[in-house]
Design a protein around this ligand. Structure first.
Ligand SMILES: CC(C)(COP(=O)(O)OP(=O)(O)OC[C@H]1O[C@@H](n2cnc3c(N)ncnc32)[C@H](O)[C@@H]1OP(=O)(O)O)[C@@H](O)C(=O)NCCC(=O)NCCS
Length: 191
């Protein structure tokens, strides 16, 4: 069964081998890699293909659920313009990550994808808590998380593979209970 998440403007679907060139190009960009913990810079040749090839086993083993972010407007063969994933860190506890190609920044797309991933985490993966974090020089990512309902949960020094250094990061948390309460409040204010 192909897992597919739809939002107003996006389709999130599993990556395919054909997405490797787009991923390789975007992960090679310093402005993307530097804000992530795991993307190396320079991004090694073939790294995107190897990463995509690892997804099915990670998903089947329950370790990680990674989606390509595509634009609905681009139709059935839409190219990946970003990625978002939920990485299991403990039972019922996942870490949310994402990146988007810079051409698409500033249009609310990462926020739309993050909200869909939150629903997926709580409704399909039965998560009890979702964690995330952003480097202190990446306030845009902080807004994405805040708008998805995440709240401050301390500060940590996290390794950046691209910077080859530890960087201060704000940590955030969204529990199932606070997500449920936010949904209830939203439904009440819509009445
Ligand atoms: C972080 C990232 C995903 C944001 O994508 P995006 O689609 O531009 O995000 P959105 O448009 O949904 O939301 C960005 C929010 O940050 C705000 N923002 C942007 N630049 C900002 C800045 N310098 N300071 C404060 N807020 C900022 C925007 O105004 C928007 O908030 P708003 O909707 O309240 O106006 C994208 O920049 C990216 O991929 N960066 C590189 C990889 C990365 O950082 N990944 C996340 C690692 S934690």
């Amino acid at each position: 069964m192909t897992i597919r998440l739809e939002t107003e403007r996006l389709v999130l679907r599993p990556f395919a081998a054909a997405d490797a060139a787009a991923v390789q190009a975007n992960c090679s960009r310093w402005k993307v890699a530097r804000m992530t913990t795991r993307i190396a810079h320079p991004y090694p040749e073939g790294a995107a293909a190897a990463w995509i090839a690892s997804h099915a086993a990670a998903r089947d083993g329950g370790a990680e659920y990674i989606f390509a972010i595509t634009l609905q407007a681009d139709g059935a063969q839409a190219a990946a313009i970003g990625a978002s994933g939920l990485h299991k860190i403990a039972k019922g506890n996942f870490e949310l990550g994402y990146w988007l190609a810079p051409e698409h920044w500033g249009r609310g797309l990462a926020s739309e994808a993050a909200r869909a991933m939150v629903v997926y985490g709580f409704e399909k993966l039965a998560a009890e808590a979702l964690n995330s974090g952003y480097f202190i020089d990446n306030p845009a990512s902080g807004r994405v998380l805040e708008k998805a309902g995440f709240r401050a949960n301390g500060i940590a020094r996290q390794w950046s593979e691209a910077r080859r250094d530890f960087v201060d990061a704000n940590r955030l948390l969204l529990t199932r209970e606070s997500w449920r309460q936010a949904l209830t409040r939203a439904a009440e204010s819509a009445q």
